[in-house]
Design a binder for this molecule. Structure first.
Ligand code: BDR
Ligand code: CA
Length: 311
């Protein structure tokens, strides 16, 4: 069977890095056409630098393209309190052996979709600016997108009481994406808070004892500490990793088909994803919304993925 073509659009980011590690382990199933970066957890120059470092560490040969410096309408907001000043504080990373391509991420997404032989899956794990800009620049490429598998939103917030970080940072972009009529699979906080990398799990993965498992555990130690301090969790929820785990094993998750609207006006609710769990509005359910995960199977597969990396 042909490998599934994917573009990873991200803002690394500890959990973005974990998501890339998962995707890169599936060479026979996933064809990573490119990694695109956006402003999000930190400035785009830093998220790009982190993507280059991850790529160097993993020896990924997919090209990397820097994208949006700020959201479509409002000023950027970043989250150093969760990810540190570099956006990926904690582990010691190799200096990048590669550089980012000249082309802008939005142009790469558009050109790749136009030229693709078959359909491409977009996997955004940061604010949706690049994806929205690509859809605005070239709406004709929509037919080439088979699915948008994203991390964002939920029925509650983590950046405001109502809004999750990725959607809040660029709610206008999120609105473009959610209104696009494209198939959207959404991993929001309802499900990502079910995959918390606790101390016990970190010890289990450390025992795998290869270069990548140690790197991941170092990421999860830092991310766990900030999540404990800010949210009182027992570790860091590896939000973004749900997207690529789903690409590998969709049966890990349960879904509801729901309507989701993006709030762009509310004084207290800007960036909220209004998830119509009970179809009280009667609006067409157009989003595949992940509401739970088989945690044991998730961590089992995650351990197998880390073990698949050589020493
Ligand atoms: C999302 O925000 C970022 O901090 C994480 O990388 C994740 O994509 C969780 O709200
Ligand atoms: Ca992210």
């Amino acid at each position: 069977m042909a490998r599934r073509k994917v573009i990873l659009d991200c803002d690394p980011g500890h959990d973005d890095a974990v998501s890339i590690i998962i995707a890169a382990s599936q060479k026979s199933d996933l064809d990573i056409l490119g990694i695109t970066t956006t402003a999000g957890n930190v400035e785009v120059e830093k998220t790009t630098c982190n993507a280059l470092k991850i790529s160097t560490l993993l020896d990924i040969d997919a090209p990397i393209f820097q994208g949006a410096k700020r959201p479509m309408v409002k000023a950027a907001e970043i989250a150093p309190e969760i990810h540190g000043e570099t956006g990926m504080d904690g582990p010691k990373l190799p200096e990048p052996k590669i550089t980012a391509e000249e082309k802008h991420a939005v142009d790469f997404i558009v050109d790749t979709l136009k030229q693709a032989d078959g359909k491409v899956t977009l996997v955004p794990t940061g604010p949706l600016t690049n994806i929205a800009m690509a859809l605005i620049k070239a709406p004709e490429v929509k037919g080439k997108i088979d699915e948008i598998v994203l991390m964002g939103g939920g029925t509650f917030g983590n950046w405001t009481p109502a809004a999750e970080f990725n959607i809040y940072v660029d709610a206008e972009a999120a609105k473009v994406v959610f209104d696009s009529n494209l198939p959207i699979t959404m991993f929001g906080l309802d499900v990502t808070h079910q995959v918390i990398a606790t101390k016990g799990l970190r010890e289990r993965f450390s025992a795998i004892d290869n270069k990548i498992s140690h790197f991941v555990v170092e990421l999860l130690e830092f991310f766990g500490k900030t999540n404990e301090e800010l949210f009182g969790f027992d570790g860091g929820p590896i939000h973004d990793a749900c997207t690529t785990m789903y690409l590998i094993q969709p049966e890990l998750f349960n879904f509801k088909h729901v309507n989701v609207e993006i709030e762009t006006k509310g004084e207290y609710t800007y960036g909220m994803t209004a998830v119509d769990l009970y179809n009280v509005t009667g609006r067409i359910p157009h989003v595949k919304f992940a509401d739970s995960v088989d945690q044991e199977a998730f961590w089992q597969l995650f351990g197998e993925i880390l073990s698949s990396y050589s020493r």
